[in-house]
Design a protein around this ligand. Sequence first.
Ligand SMILES: [Fe+2]
Ligand SMILES: [Fe+2]
Length: 197
Amino acid sequence: MSILSDIKGIEAKVRESMQDGPVTPYYTLPLDKVYGLLNAALASEIICVLRYKQHYYMTTSIHQEQLQGLFKEHWQDEEKHLELIADRIKQLGGVPNLDPNDISKRAFSSFQSGHTLADLLREDLLAERVVIKIYGDIVRFFGDADPVSRRMFEEILKDEEDHADEISDLLYTVDPKTGNAVEQFTGDSVIKRFEDS
Ligand SMILES: [Fe+2]
Ligand SMILES: [Fe+2]
């Protein structure tokens, strides 16, 4: 059957649930699961905003300006993600859950801090890497069934990979000949990088 062969039938079917806006009866994914995933992602973005803000205010080294710039840029990105996801939940007929009482339980990114600059960056990198793995799974979950949500998460995933890349550049010194890290999570490279710059 061609796409245009049953316009009348399609019109009759979509007329039944006009109140659902863009969600037609042809939407095949289980909406409860969609809302659950989107609200977990929303909670994770809130945690990411708070974690980067916490790290922003904890940064008191001589490299304060550069690092605070990075943390601020990241939390602004996370805030954009939060808004995109909340808008999408609403478009799909769900309710964005911003209840502070259970945000950390729903989130898959953790709110950790630390004592040293390397601790802070390590926690940020860890959180970004968890989010990258889960957002990749979410992209595959939406697949062809919901290309708009899939594309949104693809865009967000790109930002998260950029965040992880920037933080990892600060934490690792990479040997240009081998491409391998010559220091691993010592934090020494962070200090050295900024002293050199
Ligand atoms: Fe994010
Ligand atoms: Fe991020």
